[in-house]
Design a protein around this ligand. Structure first.
Ligand code: CO
Length: 474
């Protein structure tokens, strides 16, 4: 007789409206493309839908001429039963460098006020001090604060390291922990050990976020769930796999009939997939979706480089007419990472390490030139690195910045409040409170957008006036 075990259904976060299109089509899905399907998505029974933050904010303003806040409100109107989730880069918010606490607090407050339920907060160095302000703000606004650990490999990253991190995350007041495996480096057996270590370190729910890049992700989820992982991230099949997440339908099917069965309706999932499939065809035809990001790229396990970082690197080399240096740069990345304290590679550290590796190779001399971001990282302006940085390279950075010693305090302690000044700078464009936050993150791009918005509104006004003045035949 089969032993009856208590059901512990796996919870699923759907990423099709954020990470999936960020990973596959450079974050170009529009609000208009999202809205018609959210009524059906709302009936699936997802734990949450990740639909905001990450690169969506920048891409909306910059490429789609959309107000990201307006998108969030529309999604909130549609998702009546499902929690909305966003990705937040700690003290960097949705930008690429640290902001003052007042901006971080206000951003969290407005995100929750406009509809976000769960904020996934990470730091590219796993320096928890960079998450404090955002976590506290989310607690204060009664949002769910999830702290994400940027997963990476290296001597420093022992099971004890992760276990200790889990304990510290619980102590700092987070509501759950996410393993953020942006490069798809976590293999199945290590997932078992990692989940167990995090469970030993804390009592918080554990969520696993990975990418299919190296081809192991679905197996990794299976092992993680068996080890006690509570929530996994998946994407509807037309936008799944490759550099995106494992497919929602596949994972739901894989757990069907087991104690982890999420209880999803496969017919409903098929209808949702049918909605996205023609879009996938269009993106393939237009070239926005490249076959390059769709298969399995095992190099990601060899070089431990996230997919997005590889494509950035290729375009930088193209610009410098040095495409033949690709393999050399690929080998240089781990060396720079080591000199920079064996840090995880995720926005913005991935860009910093990648750009420096390109410079080291193309200039023909390592660290002949240091980018501003490299210097800042080496002197502690992004926070504490996992291991000490290379002392010689750090000395060079300190000298060129006119500093005698690296920063050891929380970097944002140095940043004066910014909101008041920002409000003054952009007052002429302000149409809603949230506009100052768009401006804070991307001053130029937001200003362009504000001008575009005004121009559009004027157009609408004149067309209304035209209609009113028209004489219609009776
Ligand atoms: Co991701």
């Amino acid at each position: 007789m089969a032993v009856q075990t208590a059901a512990k259904p796996i919870k699923i976060t759907e990423t099709v409206l954020r990470d999936a299109h960020q990973s596959l089509i450079a974050t170009r899905m529009t609000t208009e493309q999202m809205l018609p399907i959210i009524d059906k998505m709302d009936k699936v029974g997802y734990h949450s839908v990740e639909c905001w933050g990450g690169a969506t904010f920048d891409a909306s303003l910059r490429f789609l001429h959309e107000d990201p806040w307006d998108r969030l409100r529309k999604l909130k109107d549609g998702f009546k039963n499902t929690k909305l989730q966003m990705l937040f880069r700690g003290q960097n918010i949705l930008g690429y460098s640290p902001y003052a606490d007042d901006v971080v607090e206000y951003f969290v407050q407005k995100s929750i006020a406009n509809g976000i339920d769960i904020i996934r907060i990470f730091d590219c160095l796993n320096d928890l001090r960079n998450l404090q302000t955002a976590v506290k703000a989310a607690n204060k606004e009664k949002g769910h604060a999830q702290v994400a650990l940027s997963y990476t490999l290296g001597d420093a990253y022992t099971l004890d390291y992760w276990k200790d991190m889990a304990k510290r995350i619980e102590d700092m007041g987070a509501d759950s922990i996410c393993i953020k495996d942006m490069a798809g480096l976590l293999v199945p057996t290590q997932a078992t050990e990692l989940v167990q270590a995090l469970k030993e370190g804390s009592n918080l729910p554990i969520q696993l976020h990975t990418h299919y890049t190296s081809g192991v992700a679905a197996m990794t989820y299976m092992k993680a769930v068996e080890a006690g992982c509570d929530i996994i991230d998946t994407a509807m099949s037309p936008l799944a796999m490759g550099t995106s997440q494992p497919a929602t339908e596949v994972m739901a099917k894989a757990f069907e009939g087991t104690e982890y069965d999420p209880g999803f309706d496969q017919n409903l999932l098929a209808e949702i997939a049918d909605y996205f499939r023609p879009m996938r065809e269009e993106w393939l035809e237009s070239g926005l979706l490249s076959p390059k990001v769709m298969g399995v790229n095992i190099k990601t396990l060899l070089y431990q480089v996230p997919g997005g970082m590889l494509s950035n690197m290729v375009s930088q080399l193209k610009e410098m007419k040095a495409e033949d240096k690709y393999d050399e740069v690929l080998e240089e990345i781990p060396r720079v990472r080591k000199d920079f304290g064996e840090i995880p590679l995720v926005t913005p550290s991935s860009q910093i390490v990648g750009t420096q590796a390109v410079l080291n190779v193309v200039s023909g001399e390592r660290y002949k030139m240091l980018t501003k971001e490299s210097k800042d990282l080496l002197v502690g302006k992004y926070g504490q690195t996992t291991k000490p940085v290379n002392a010689d390279v750090q000395k060079k950075a300190l000298e060129s910045l006119g500093m005698t010693e690296p920063i050891t305090y929380r970097p944002a302690d140095d940043i004066e409040p910014q909101l008041e000044k920002l409000e003054k700078e952009m007052a002429q464009y302000k149409q809603q409170d949230e506009d100052v936050l768009s401006y804070a993150l991307f001053p130029q791009v937001a200003t362009e957008f504000f001008k575009y918005r005004e121009a559009q509104q004027k157009k609408v006004d004149t067309s209304v006036a035209d209609t009113e003045n028209k004489v219609y035949p009776v």
